[in-house]
Write a protein that binds this ligand. Sequence first.
Ligand SMILES: [Fe+2]
Length: 385
Amino acid sequence: MTAFTRPLILHQLRTLAFGAGCASQCAADLIERRKRSVFVVTAPPIVKLGEPLFADLRRGGCEVTVWPHAGQEPGIRDFEAALADAREVRADAIVGLGGGSAMDVAKLVAAFLDGSQDLRDAFGVGRLRGRAMHLVCLPTTAGTGSEASPIAILLDETDQLKKGVVSPHLVPDAAYVDPLLTVSMPPAVTAATGIDAFTHCLEAYANRFAHPVVDHYAIEGIRLISRNLVRAVENGTDIEARTRVALGSLYGGMCLGPVNTAAIHALSYPLGGEFHIAHGVANALLMPHVLAFNLPAAPARYAEVAVALGVERGRDDLETAQRGLELIRELARRCGLPSRLGEFGIGESAIERMASAAMTVQRLLERNPRTVTEQDARDIYRAAL
Ligand SMILES: [Fe+2]
């Protein structure tokens, strides 16, 4: 069955606001919906970005509770604490303000607030029964695309594994993608989150389950991010570059539900789990090596990626694809991202463990254009040392 004849369901945001300054519309929309108690999930450095929103809500008669504890890698305990606080203030709307961590916790609080289901019964795909609570997301990084995706990830502290709930009920009611909220992100965060967004688009486009319904988002996201990320990293106040990267990130998020990522993400999980390397950085470290492995399996798709990156076509698709790979290496380098696992103290002795952990991420590996065996995973990690 070709991609065109295979059915695909894309669950979309009901309301999408995009562009510089659009976050200012959020309060008015919540007030118009007669929300009285807004619970905001965010992180300490982000709180001040939300002040104008909180002030507008309070002026409109809303009670605002700010929960600023969704730092890096939030766990089930964090989620339970947020849920208890949201219940205590009888929240009637949940807002996620921040990067993927804050938005993911907000999505789960909204989904489980009514107490009709336990979180642990909902891990996996399609197991969440519903969401009664109004949910709004405002991303402050251009990276995870969580504002548009049906996915939320939490760390299970009992086994140190990241677990996901995947459900159409997790697509927010509204997202306000305002590039002005990303302006204060430091260059290293801009680079890492931007490369993560790039990887979402890339892995959705060159994917066994790639589909024309989202191909356009994926290829345009590749174009937007590759041409503007360095500008956004070098000059955080370049609003035009920030806007284009934010759009690419949103497009990446739209690909996550229906198609999802593949081996770069699967192999990067152990780097986050065991070595606590930031998600985007982990993707950047492995991307060139996974791509070198993948290219021969899907040269035509990777050639299209290369053309979107701006390279001249070579004699054949493989040559074009290889030129694209060089450009991707160059992009990560110009963003100041590290390129070797050794820079994080990861050596030969970790390869066996990382390869066996990566093999557990079959839900993503099965999407990779080329089958990845455990030996392949070892070889890819070794190449990245
Ligand atoms: Fe990602």
